[in-house]
Design a protein around this ligand. Sequence first.
Ligand code: ZN
Length: 93
Amino acid sequence: MESKFTEAYQKISEDGHESECDKVARMLDLMIDGEASTEEQSYFNTHIEECIACFESHQKQKLLKGLVSGHLKRVIVPESLALSIKARIQVTV
Ligand SMILES: [Zn+2]
């Protein structure tokens, strides 16, 4: 059962859309830091308009940045989302 799951996952990775998401994921840090070029920004924005997964990861990164720099109080965030991000930090680190 486990190997079947891996096989299905690899099939998704070979899809053309996945590599676009990979590009966007690499741009994410630049976007968050405001260091992306104009071209990168427009590519990124176009992609996240169509891709919920990348849009959500962008939102989460922005929130994380806010948490780290202590500006969260000015951002209106559902508490459950903030908690899930905190949990994610603990898992990742
Ligand atoms: Zn995407």
